[in-house]
Design a protein around this ligand. Structure first.
Ligand SMILES: [Zn+2]
Length: 131
């Protein structure tokens, strides 16, 4: 993947993780990564429609996963795809928490462990600084 593609993905995302919406400026010591929405292991390519910007936390937990179980009913559910779905439809902020609004959102929050204690502490400190 070339540098131009990485720059495009970063700019398109507005320097935000496309999963948890954390901003690069809030985590200056951890460079956000360009990740494959469909992992190469599953046949995903380097085209920009298969790429997203992700913070290291989301990228690490997503790994090559494509799906998760919806905590309400345990249905196998595809993970959120930032190229095909709108964040606001699948997720909502409630204080520092990220709430899944749909099966896709709930499965993604769970697999990416978006409300892990460290992530909540980060969001609390960012909210305190910006409000
Ligand atoms: Zn993230």
């Amino acid at each position: 993947m070339g540098e131009a593609t990485k720059l495009l993905v970063r700019a398109r995302a507005g320097n935000r993780c496309e999963y948890c919406h954390s901003h690069q400026d809030d985590e200056p010591f951890f460079r956000f990564q360009v990740e494959h929405i469909i992992a190469k292991q599953h046949g995903g390519g380097d085209e920009d429609t298969n790429l997203a910007l992700a913070c290291p936390h989301c990228n690490l937990h997503k790994g090559p996963n494509l799906a998760g179980l919806d905590p309400f009913g345990d249905a196998l559910t595809p993970l959120f795809n930032p190229r095909e779905q709108r964040w606001e439809e699948d997720f909502a902020h409630r204080g520092p928490l990220i709430m899944g609004q749909t099966a896709v959102g709930r499965a993604t929050v769970r697999v990416l462990n978006m409300n892990d204690r460290i992530r909540l502490e980060l969001r609390v400190s960012v909210q305190a600084r910006t409000s």
